[in-house]
Ligand binder design. Structure first.
Ligand code: AMP
Length: 358
């Protein structure tokens, strides 16, 4: 059995480690020199949408999956007749366009912030009237980690937002003064078996995930978020892991976006769950029975961005995952996970690790 993975970054690497434990071979397509997952399997060094490379991958693998959401849908459709591709290309298509994604949330009665599609400068005025200020202008496609976003705080900011982002397909979103952010990660197998992980509470800095803590002690939120993820998984006839990011405001949940892949806010599951999100993703696409998603304690994860400091390396707590990447400003280089008996102990450990990060 061999799984083809488009993308050999850190998510591909963690999928590769899980595959090794399941005695499954992996093969990748990735354009970079010596990507993190190269230690896990053969890498066909080519662009993610290179038709020849993708056909070669599909020809030599039993099933194809991907580690990031900017793979062109057409590239997946090109090979799905050769080997099954999971998650389904249609789910990827919804996640690649914020307008399409929001229409899907609306259709499935998943609450979300108000929004308005922007095609012209005048549409911004209409959006401001409809949504109120502040509002966030986002590019509809290829935004990640807060890139391609502009917060319009007052009417005067609109020209600057248009100067920076105009010319691309845009969407305006109501500004949500959220209490905190969570994500809900679910997994569905080819047979339709569904399992949902305990919620993660996430803190972002400059749009990039900084820490995740799981579980979240809020049974009503757990029930709502799990229901929304279940709805998405079933509606999309989804196969694999999916992560839904939500804002929490006054006991209500508003959906921000979903990722059709294993997710940074679920990295704690390697040590903190009976079955990691990576193993369950592989189980789902191979139609193996899913493993238990139950947590094994109070888990915390701290992302290591731009550099892994000596102070972090010399800590004697937690498990350090070093992706082996060359340090660069803003680059995710690794993470540390802790699992504690109580939420208080976990929070203390997360605080110590977070302080060691420069
Ligand atoms: P995104 O790329 O849409 O996930 O946005 C990155 C981060 O920006 C989110 O995790 C939030 O912290 C913040 N953000 C995005 N959209 C909004 C919004 N409509 N209201 C408030 N904060 C937001």
């Amino acid at each position: 059995m061999r799984i083809g993975i488009i993308g050999a970054g850190q998510l591909g690497q963690m999928l590769g480690f899980a595959a090794r434990d399941l005695d499954i071979e992996v093969r990748y397509v990735d354009p970079s020199d010596n990507p993190p997952a190269a230690e896990c399997g053969k890498v066909i060094q080519c662009a993610f949408d290179d038709p020849v490379a993708l056909v070669a991958l599909a020809d030599t693998c039993d099933v194809i999956t991907y580690e990031f959401e900017n793979v062109p849908v057409a590239a997946l459709q090109h090979i799905e007749g050769i080997a099954p591709v999971y998650p389904p290309a249609a789910a990827l298509g919804h996640s690649q366009d914020r307008l399409d994604e929001k229409k899907l949330f609306d259709k499935l009665d998943i609450p979300l912030p108000g929004y308005h599609a922007i095609y012209t400068r005048d549409d911004m005025d209409v959006a401001a009237n409809k949504l109120g200020l502040p509002m966030v202008i986002k590019t509809r496609r290829f935004g990640y980690d807060g890139k391609g976003q502009f917060v319009v705080k007052q009417a005067d900011d609109q020209d600057a937002a248009w100067d920076e982002l105009g010319g691309k397909a845009l969407i305006a979103e109501q500004w949500v003064p959220f209490d905190y952010e969570i994500s809900c990660i679910g997994v569905r197998s080819i047979s339709g078996e569904v399992a949902i992980y305990p919620l993660s509470r996430n803190v972002h800095a400059d749009g990039v995930l900084r820490t995740s803590r799981s579980p979240v002690d809020a049974p009503e939120l757990v029930a709502k978020a799990s229901g929304y993820v279940h709805r998405l998984l079933d509606h999309l006839d989804y196969v694999g892991v999916l992560a839904l990011e939500l804002f929490v405001i006054d006991d209500e949940l508003l959906a921000n976006e979903f990722a059709p892949r294993v997710h940074n806010s679920g990295h704690w599951s390697i040590e903190g769950s009976e079955t990691s999100q990576f193993e369950n993703h592989l189980r789902a696409v191979l139609d193996l029975p899913l493993g238990s998603t139950a947590g094994t304690g109070h888990a915390g994860m701290v992302n290591l961005i731009s550099e892994i400091s000596d102070a972090t390396r010399s800590l004697y707590i937690g498990v350090l995952h070093d992706y082996g990447k060359t340090p660069r400003a803003g680059r995710k280089l690794g993470h540390v996970t802790v699992v504690a008996d109580t939420a208080e102990q976990r929070d203390t450990l997360v605080g110590i690790i977070d302080n060691s990060v420069t």
